[in-house]
Design a binder for this molecule. Sequence first.
Ligand code: ATP
Ligand code: MG
Length: 329
Amino acid sequence: MTGVSSDVVRVDAAPLLAIDGLTLERGQSRILDGVSLTLGRGETLALVGESGAGKSTIAFALMGLIGRTEARIAGKMRFDEVDDLASLNERGWSRLRGRRIAMVFQDAGAALDPCYTVGGQLVSVLRRQLGLGKREARERALALLEGVGINDPEARLSAYPHELSGGMQQRIMVAIALACNPELLLADEPTSALDVTIQAQIIRLILTEIRARGASCVFVLHDLALASQSCDRIVVLYAGQVMEAGPSRGILENPRHPYTRLLKSCVLEIGTTTLDPPEGGVPSYDDMPAGCRFATRCPNALQRCVAERPPLAPEGERLIACFNPEPRS
Ligand SMILES: Nc1ncnc2c1ncn2[C@@H]1O[C@H](COP(=O)(O)OP(=O)(O)OP(=O)(O)O)[C@@H](O)[C@H]1O
Ligand SMILES: [Mg+2]
């Protein structure tokens, strides 16, 4: 299924999360093709790549939100003592989801239930997941709202989501995700629906809360510069394949994979931290090259790249899947 060896991707003895050769197929389309990555305890990792790369698919698979009838999943997702998340049944997931692995979704307005007050939603999570009594759950909910920077939390508890601004809704989502002190937080483009100043506040808030808890975080981001500022490590994904992974600063300063370089040049050309998809777009999942999926758009492509998949090979602290990478600077 993949040429990636688990020895190659392991960066520490016992990472919290180790994904090894994750492949996910919907019908004829192989959406994820042998994705391998690790996440250490207390580490923050950014999944970066243009639209359709499979970033959310990875996050949803890690939350157990992709049904067995919906897609075929192969490979392994080891989380702490759980050998493979994909083999858990609903009962197993109910012990993990929301408790040990939580998610902040992209669009808080859509993710929050419009029929229930903020307090009702937060209190019900605390009662269900932690078995707290009504009064205790309410007190905890107030403290959580205060923790995520909500003014007058008492009044906000009785507000409905539509009565709050987008930034406030996203803070509530963060509070709900953090309610059970998860060991792993998945943040799927948590700020893409917000304006730039609020974006920075929310990302800072998530990082602060994650660090205070010693938890780990997978951020899904479009933006290479933002990823590099926010996270310890970056995994660059293209059409369901990992192209390059390593410490954030090195990846931004000296991208070795031609796709990472393309992402970087986009950020710099536009002169903002908003990334437009590079010209051409991700090819159709029904018609992918057998080798490197980036080969059809790659300025460095060799003949072998189309037919043969470059292994994700270590180079210093980095992993690069390329037969003809950019020179080291
Ligand atoms: N429920 C679904 N059914 C069928 N195909 C899907 C489904 N969800 C995602 N896909 C396809 O899987 C591929 C990867 O999608 P995914 O949402 O993971 O990408 P992404 O990297 O998160 O993109 P974006 O940056 O736009 O959010 C896309 O081609 C998408 O069309
Ligand atoms: Mg997505």
